[in-house]
Structure formats: C-alpha cells, structure tokens
Design a binder for this molecule. Structure first.
Ligand code: 4AD
Ligand code: MG
Length: 429
C-alpha cells in the first residue's frame, strides 16, 4: 500500500498508483473536487476532474463528507499550490464508506474533544504525537537493550505499594485487598539480584486526585534497576536514554515535532551530561530569585519552572532531604539527613521526567523507615529478603514516558501524550 509520506518525499512522482485514505477536507470548484486525503502518515490533495472520471464516481465524491473512506487512482505530480507540494490527478475514485456529518468541526472545547476522543485521535495533531510516541518507545527499548539490560516484567496486581498509600488504587481480589502497581521497583530490586541489569516499560497507576497538567492516573513507566551500581551510574543512563530518545525522534519525525513546536535541531542538540545541582544549591538559586522554599519541602511546579527557565535541555537535582522520601532510598553516608536520590526535571512546565536513587541496603534502616512512614514491614517481608541473601549496592530509576513525550512535543497538557488519557475526572471513552 502506498503511504502519503512517501509521496511527499518525492518517491512516487510521475507514477500512476492507488491511494487509500479518509477525507480530511473537501471542496468543489466548477467541474473539480479537491479532496485532501489523510492516512497514518500525512495528508495529500487529490484533484478529481469531472471529465477525468466516470460520471457516477464524480457525483459520489462530490457529495462525500469529511471522514468518508475513499480510494483514489491517479498520477502523482509535483504542484507547488497543493499542501506539501504534491497532488494526485485522479483517473478513478471510489467512495468506500459515506461518513455521516462528523461531530468535530472547528473551535470545539477541550471537554468536547475529550468526550469524542475516539474520533479526535484521527486529527493531525494526535497522529503526529502518536508517531513521536512510537519513536520514543522504540528508542528507550533500543537504548537499554544496547546497554546490556534484560527486559523483565513485573506483576500489575500487587500486595503493597512502593510510593506511599495515598496514591494506591485498590482492587478487590477475591475477597482480599490488592493494589494496582505504582512502580515495578520492589520487583526490580529482587530481579536485579537475578539478572543484574534489568528494565521494562509498562503501565503504572496512581490514584492522584490533583488535577494538574502533568499527572495521569494511568501512565507508562520506563524503569531500570542495576546491581553493583550507585546513583552516578544510573544518572548517566537517565541522561543518555533521554538524549537517545530525542535524537531518534528528531531523525524519525522531524516534521511532526517541528509542527508541534519543538524544532528537531533542539532535540538533536540534547546531550549528556545535563546540568546538575544538589537540592541545597537549588534552594540557594531559588532564594536568589526571590523564592523561599522551606528546607525539606519538595520542589513544586513553580520552583521547577524557575530552575529550568531558559534551559534547552532538562536539568538534574540530587541529594534531596531524607524526610518525605520513599523508604528505599539510600542515605548519603556523608550527610545522613540526605538521600542519594535524584530527579531529572524538564522545562516548559513538564517538571519531573525521571525519579531515581541508589537503594538503601541496610535491612534495619529500611525496616525503621517503613515503620516511620506508617507501613507494616510484614507486608514487605518478601522484599526485605533482597537484603538478606546476597545484597549488593544497586540503584535505579523510573521515567514517565508521557512526561518525556510531553517535553519532546512541547505539549501544554500531559493528556495529549497518550491516546486515551485517564485522569481523575474521566475514564471514558
Ligand atoms: O518519582 P516516582 O514516583 O518514582 C517511582 O515510582 C520510583 N519507584 C521509580 C524507580 O526508581 N524505579 O515516579 C517516577 C516517574 C516520575 O519521575 C514521573 O515522570 C512519572 O514517573 N510519574 C507520573 N507520570 C504521569 N502521571 C503521574 N501521576 C505520575 N507519577 C509519576
Ligand atoms: Mg518522584
């Protein structure tokens, strides 16, 4: 099957071919119908003249509405007046399905477009993002596999969370309580003692009630865990996997990212190492900008914005205060009030793209942290075995795929980074 992108790259000029697609736009002028067709790769104009096709075929295409399914046979010609610089001059046309009046016309509200998301996914904006998403997922798999990581999968139904009870989705499991996974992390730590370098990309669930432009309740999480490694080792992987994804997207979909507002040159220029600050340094920079954040508090959106303002690539903040950090993060041996944890923070309001840390290896310290955070260490018995049998220094991180795509595509809202977003307000369509 011929794809529109190949025609627009000049690969079929002068050839007679058949194109299958849907009507993106149509107008009739005199004895001609100008139909802009779309497929999965782009849009292309077909010019259908009354005297070039059979009379019944012309009558059919003249009355076909937007989103009707059509096949056009004809010759590809270069024409500066057509969108994209090419068009098909039709010698035959068939309306395969006459669409009813399409509900999406111009200037519709965001809420309406979310109601008809199953139709809005056909838009040029969404299909551009899907192509970028496709390239981003491929790049992340490629990076970890090339670096010698094994893809190993965790369960989605779990007996306990790793990121705190407040965002756990409860599942009724044959009369018992279970939870949807927030992160593969606890399983990853067990698996790293079996397979040393492991990664996976899969869904994570957060019962996150806050309505923000960067939270979903269901998102795709790329996570890695590495045995015999510390925080600096995994920070290098975090920077490199992001840079690799940016480069691959810039090669695979330069037109798409440009149209979405991120010039491909900017993506090509993303390079490790990223600028790195400690949490304490970040607080000093914020103070100089007139923003006082109490020591120990997490960086909020406005502080992350201030730190990334004017930066062409994400930055890294390390050594967060231990208070309010997850129980598994390793203490900084030189500053026990800090953890060997880091975040990669993207600009344009995207914020935290990656969260990771070296892991605490001392059994008693973890047990105490669990109790301090109101958790029952008994629920984590199997996890604590990773500190009983051949424990080694290890570290890992989780990267929100939609946050990365949001940054790459410069999207205002994370919901557009995924075809069918799940947010507190909706789980349909
Ligand atoms: O910072 P988080 O909560 O860290 C973890 O889950 C660790 N266990 C990861 C690990 O070390 N293996 O989440 C990791 C990343 C965040 O940096 C963010 O990009 C993304 O997951 N994320 C979300 N993305 C969309 N919607 C949400 N509600 C998200 N919550 C976290
Ligand atoms: Mg985090």
């Amino acid at each position: 099957m011929v794809r529109i992108a190949d025609i627009l790259h000049g690969g079929h000029t002068g050839r007679e071919l058949e194109l299958k697609g849907w009507i993106y736009r149509t107008r009739s002028v005199g004895g001609k119908v100008f139909v802009v067709l779309r497929d999965d790769t782009g849009i292309l104009q077909a010019t259908i003249s009354k005297d070039a096709v059979p009379a019944d075929a012309f009558a059919a295409i003249a009355k076909a509405l937007i989103e009707s399914a059509v096949t056009v046979r004809g010759t590809v010609v270069e024409d500066k007046r057509a969108p994209g610089g090419f068009e098909i001059r039709a010698t035959g046309v068939l309306v395969v399905h006459f669409a009813e009046k399409f509900p999406i016309q111009e200037d519709l509200s965001e809420e309406f477009l979310l109601d008809v998301r199953h139709l809005w996914v056909r838009s040029q904006r969404m299909t551009r993002i899907f192509r970028v998403r496709h390239a981003t997922f491929a790049a992340v798999h490629e990076y970890f596999r090339d670096q010698g990581f094994w893809e190993v999968h965790p369960p989605m139904i779990t007996p306990a969370g790793s990121e705190g009870g407040a965002t756990l989705f409860e599942v009724e499991y044959f009369g018992r309580k279970a939870y949807l996974t927030q992160s593969w992390q606890l399983y990853a730590e067990a698996l790293a003692l079996a397979m040393s370098k492991v990664y996976y990309i899969g869904p994570s669930f957060r019962a996150e009630k806050s309505r923000t432009t960067r939270h979903l309740t269901e998102y795709w999480h790329a996570e890695m865990e590495q045995a015999w490694a510390g925080m600096d080792d995994v920070i290098k992987h975090a920077e490199s996997v992001i840079a690799h994804a940016c480069h691959r997207v810039a090669e695979a979909c330069p037109g798409d990212v440009a149209a979405l507002g991120r010039p491909p040159e900017v993506l090509k220029a993303v390079r490790a190492p990223f600028e790195r600050l400690t949490y304490d340094e970040a607080l000093r920079i914020l103070k100089a900008k007139g923003m006082d954040l109490e020591w120990g508090k997490d960086l909020r959106t406005l502080e992350e914005r201030a730190l990334t303002e004017g930066k062409a690539q994400p930055i890294i903040v390390t050594h967060y205060p231990r208070v309010s950090q997850a129980f598994y993060k390793a203490r900084d041996p030189t500053r026990p009030d800090l953890v060997l944890g880091f975040d990669v923070i993207g600009g344009d309001g995207v914020g935290e793209i990656v969260g990771g840390s070296e892991r605490e290896t001392d059994l008693e310290t973890i047990r105490k942290s669990l109790v301090d955070q109101g958790e029952d260490p008994k629920a984590y018995g199997w996890y604590l075995d990773s500190r009983r049998y051949g424990s080694v220094p290890h570290a890992g991180f989780g990267m929100g795929m939609e946050r990365l795509i949001q940054w790459i595509c410069k999207l205002e809202h994370i919901r557009d980074a995924v075809p069918f977003p799940r947010t507190p307000a909706r789980f349909a369509p």
